[in-house]
Design a protein around this ligand. Structure first.
Ligand code: 6GU
Length: 274
């Protein structure tokens, strides 16, 4: 996978050299190029932002500088005409802008983007970027995505890009040591639940015993215990995920557990009773 990152703080991404991501780069699984947006400025101050049209606080990133940079990275000709119905061609780069006012980035987004050959991330700073930038590239057939990573405000897109990049690249075949660890995780698959609690040895530590069923050797009972714990935990902490489950895909034991937790499971999706 080819990855370009554009930022006014390129040093921020030095951390990518660490850990599993660094190893993946060494092995050639991912190629990352980090660019300084200011390299595409022409003025002595290398300015990338300006005051918002219509007034308001803060600064907005200028379209001209971004466009000179993105034309080059995406290989879009300067004279390419606009086409409101332009459809991205398969295998072409995906342009991603972190934006707190965009749809949420989810595991499903990560899975989809892990199949792309080339990702280009544009990190916004200040109050954001001129809205014509994503629109311009969309109208020239580029697959442009804007994502928020959660309902809170960050100073810029760098942290959000690091989050998205980690979620995407760890899904690449060969990135993780153990591919099984991906399959069992929270948020994976159509019937996503929070993951059950995990324990390791010793069986008793500072007077605290692990749930005895986990050392019973009965795999059926262990699976059921973990599934019930996942259902209970999700019901308590993330009822929104329970309400999205497909009732038809739930087994008899799952239904029984959910009913005991106060859910009605007769419709398309579980509904909280009371
Ligand atoms: Cl993608 N960017 C910024 N600046 N803040 C955020 C965010 C993104 N997602 C949540 N907060």
């Amino acid at each position: 996978m080819d990855i370009d990152i554009v930022s006014v703080f390129p040093e921020y991404f030095d951390v990518l050299n660490l850990s599993l991501f660094g190893k993946a780069m060494e092995r050639g699984l991912v190629t990352v190029r980090v660019h300084n947006l200011r390299d595409w400025t022409h003025d002595v101050h290398q300015s990338v932002d300006d005051t918002p049209v219509g007034g308001g606080a803060g600064m907005v990133m200028k379209p001209e500088v971004w466009a000179e940079c993105l034309d080059e990275l995406l290989d879009v000709p300067v004279d390419a005409p606009a086409d409101a119905d332009a459809a991205p061609s398969p295998g072409s780069p995906v342009l991603i802008f972190p934006n707190p006012s965009a749809p949420l980035f989810t595991q499903q987004c990560a899975t989809e983007l892990s199949h792309a050959e080339h990702l280009v991330f544009g990190c916004g700073r200040y109050e954001g970027y001129d809205a014509r930038i994503p629109q311009y590239y969309r109208e020239r057939g580029v697959d442009v995505r804007e994502y928020s990573i959660g309902d809170y405000v960050l100073n810029g897109g760098e942290v959000a890009v690091s989050v998205m990049l980690e979620a995407i690249t760890r899904l690449l075949p060969g990135f993780m040591g153990n591919a099984d660890s991906i399959v069992e995780e929270s948020y994976t698959g159509a019937n996503a639940l929070l993951e059950h609690s995990q324990y390791t040895k010793p069986a008793t530590w500072r007077g605290m015993a692990v749930p005895p069923v986990l050392i019973s050797g009965d795999h059926g009972k262990v699976d059921r215990f973990r599934r019930d714990e996942a259902l209970g935990k999700t019901s308590r902490l993330r009822p929104d995920l329970i309400a999205r489950l497909d009732c038809a895909a739930l087994g008899k034991a799952d239904r029984k557990t959910l009913m005991a937790l106060g859910w009605e499971v007769s419709g398309a999706h579980p509904r909280r009773l009371g």
